[in-house]
Design a binder for this molecule. Structure first.
Ligand code: SAM
Length: 218
């Protein structure tokens, strides 16, 4: 099945609210588990960047797990950041997490980071190389990079089955977004080619029936 791109930014207010209300705890916990598994020696200190952070649930979980880190979340949609800003205040993490409304590719220098994270951004990008360029620009020497995304199933029917299985109880807006995202996602072999073209020595593997993972040290 060919890729069907979707809009890059999720800048619709209703979409942002529906996304923030949806239950992504299982994949978000998996993201943290995979970080710990892939980087058991991570110092737990320094600056961590979350690209396309949305409502910042992953960044909040990360900083709670590694309280020595300062987090910066970047997203081009204020509608997605707004629930994240509320969450950060509620969790009393505003001293160590900052959210910024900016689009990739980043034009302002944001400095170097000890960890670069991203979940479910890649499939939104019309030019996926902007993600790999940003990773290169933001990574300090030895930076831990962990990027998770959906991969594209072989058929629309398979995509419908995945939506029913994992989001059957979610709102129609979230189910439609999930379906569109599966159709817009890249396959593992496509991501491997992107990494090769970008000259990044990062690994890419399938980690669930719907997710792929890119990871490595810079
Ligand atoms: C599916 S959401 C994932 C949010 C979050 N990472 C999570 O795991 O819940 C994808 C996010 O990427 C953002 N995004 C898409 N293209 C972007 C770009 N070029 N620059 C910055 N953010 C972008 C969207 O606005 C959206 O908030």
């Amino acid at each position: 099945m060919d890729r069907i791109p979707e809009p890059e930014l999720m800048d619709d207010y209703e979409q942002g609210q529906a996304y923030a209300r949806a239950d992504f705890s299982e994949p978000n916990k998996q993201f943290l588990r995979l970080f710990q598994e892939k980087f058991p020696d991570f110092s737990g200190h320094g600056r961590v960047m979350d690209l396309g952070c949305g409502p910042a649930d992953i960044l909040v979980r990360f900083v709670q797990r590694y309280p020595g880190c300062q987090g910066l979340g970047i997203d081009g949609a204020e509608a997605m950041l707004a629930p994240g800003r509320t969450l950060i205040v509620r969790k009393e993490l505003d001293h160590c997490i900052r959210l910024e409304c900016s689009c990739l590719p980043l034009t302002d220098a944001v400095g170097r980071f000890q960890a670069v994270l991203s979940n479910s951004l890649l499939h939104h990008l019309h030019q996926p190389d902007v993600l790999w360029q940003t990773v290169r620009d933001c990574a300090a020497t030895g930076c831990a990079v962990l990027i998770m995304d959906l991969f594209r199933p072989h058929s629309k029917q398979k995509a419908r089955d995945i939506v029913r299985m994992y989001a059957g109880d979610e709102s129609p807006v979230v189910q439609q977004d999930f379906y569109n995202s599966l159709l817009a996602a890249f396959r593992v072999d496509e991501v491997c080619r992107q990494l090769q073209a970008a000259g990044l020595a990062l690994s890419c593997q399938q980690v669930s029936d719907r997710h792929l993972l890119v990871w490595g040290c810079m």
